[in-house]
Design a protein around this ligand. Structure first.
Ligand code: FAD
Ligand code: PYC
Length: 415
């Protein structure tokens, strides 16, 4: 891999920047691999990277039906935090949050991790109690979090109106080491580093079926031909149910559109992330100056990468309530992604009823923050055939044992 540094930037500058190599190759699919990863989002590319880097798996391919990061990885609003309620989630999300701190160095690619703090607001007494409980649960297990009174919120985030008569801000949880990162860079950084370790990244390659013999997966059928595989690792987010059906089993997953939008760019005016689950709105400011705004999921299942206009209108209304000065901004663009939601709002990293076939899904509205931890834990499961210690509770078996990991209260956006 051609390393990026201030020196290499200077050296290439002397020759007009004509000498840079492509960040990753575009290889033709080989006849077979030790592991085929399906899905070229952050989680799939990260899985391939850790399989090669940490677990020494030799022949790995990532198959992506479109372009890298064109799924939810490139459509999300980039919020990173680990302030979940349940112990199992705190372990996995905090593993990921810690990994963000060194990810740019590990990948030699700037993922622009910005720990600018994440505020979760509460607007009534009931919510306040729930949020305090979550802060205590976080503090008890070493996840950094604190509770701010209404006055403290006003001092921490001066542009926000905390005394709005209809929706007063009674307080907020604050995770100071949460923040944002650049979503595309995460996909590109993992792709480049994985490619440097010999992983074949194959775009425009849709998996259309599986070769399963006597309950054991032997390969995948794709739009670019059949590819043999010792193991297959599915990481298709909103299309998890579609791939499970092709492999002959069902998942407890609903796929729903989730939308976001950005304003025209303005000068720096908001230096933290503000979220309110109760009024279905959240906002942060990107490095380009755009306000990044999102809201709740659509109320019906679907695969459309656009959503219902009234959901967006509601989110904009909520944000303008908290920040009346944003009312005058023009909105630049909006989009949607298809998110994969499990009944307990927690992820699934698991073997499947087909031997050699593994699945990583269910991250729903909140999987971007988990990308490095999820990818590492999934690579562990696929390479060793046994769960990573921090992900052992996230198997499919929890839906028959009843040991659910209920995170509805900690999901950032209302389901
Ligand atoms: P994806 O990036 O969706 O990758 C899956 C890939 O699989 C896709 O590229 C798809 O093309 C490919 N694929 C599917 N079927 C096939 C097939 N048959 N063959 C080959 N390839 C296939 N999370 C947060 O933590 N913070 C946030 O602020 C946040 N905001 C969000 C805002 C929005 C609007 C959306 C939509 C999501 C948000 N999320 C957020 C959730 C987050 O984006 C996802 O949980 C996460 O990005 C999932 O990553 P992934 O790599 O698993 O999926
Ligand atoms: O999970 O923190 C989150 C999140 C924020 C916006 C969408 N998801």
């Amino acid at each position: 891999m051609q390393r990026y540094s201030a020196f290499s930037l200077f050296r290439h500058g002397l020759s007009g920047h004509g000498g840079w190599r492509r960040a990753w190759r575009s290889p033709e699919p080989q006849a077979g691999y030790d592991v085929v990863v399906v899905g070229g989002g952050g989680h799939g590319l990260g899985t391939a990277y850790y399989l090669a880097r940490r677990y020494g798996v030799g022949r790995v391919a990532v198959l992506e039906r479109g372009w890298l990061g064109g799924g939810n990885t490139g459509r999300n609003t980039t919020i990173i935090r680990s302030n979940y309620l349940q112990e199992e989630s705190q372990g996995l999300y905090e593993l990921a949050r810690g990994m963000w701190e060194g990810l740019s160095q590990e990948l030699n690619y700037n993922v622009m991790f910005s720990p600018r703090g994440v505020l979760n607001l509460c607007h009534d007494e009931h919510e306040l109690k729930g949020l305090r409980r979550r802060v205590f649960a976080n503090q008890a297990r070493g996840v950094r979090g604190e509770f701010l009174s209404s006055d403290e919120v006003a001092r921490f985030c001066p542009p926000m109106r905390v005394d709005c008569p209809r929706l007063p801000v009674l307080g907020a949880s604050l995770q100071r080491d949460g923040g944002t990162a650049r979503h595309d860079a995460v996909a590109w950084g993992y792709a480049r580093a994985a490619d440097g370790l010999g992983v074949d990244i194959i775009e425009n390659c849709t998996v259309e079926g599986f070769d399963i013999q006597d309950g054991l997966v032997r390969g995948v059928r794709t739009s670019r031909g059949d590819i043999g595989a010792g193991k297959v690792a599915l990481v298709p987010a909103g299309h998890s149910g579609v791939l499970a059906e092709l492999a002959g089993f069902r998942l407890p997953i609903e796929s729903r559109p989730l939308q976001a939008l950005v304003s025209e760019p303005v000068k720096p005016c908001l230096d933290t992330v503000v979220m309110s689950g109760a009024i279905h709105g959240y906002v942060s400011q990107s490095d380009k100056g755009e306000l990044v705004i999102g809201g709740g999921v659509d109320s019906y299942n679907g695969y459309s990468q656009r959503g219902s206009p009234h959901i967006l209108a509601g989110s904009i209304g909520a944000v303008c309530h908290l920040f009346p000065q944003f009312r005058r901004l023009r909105m630049l663009r909006c989009w949607g992604g298809v998110v994969d939601i499990a009944p307990d709002a927690s992820a699934i990293l698991s073997p499947t009823p087909v031997s050699g076939l593994y699945i990583n899904c269910g991250w729903g509205t909140g999987g971007f923050k988990a990308t490095p931890g999820s990818a590492l834990a999934f690579a562990h499961l696929v390479a060793k055939g046994e769960p990573h210690p921090l992900a052992a509770s996230f198997m499919l078996s929890r839906f028959s044992s009843g040991r659910l990991i209920d995170e509805h209260s900690a999901a950032a956006v209302a389901h």
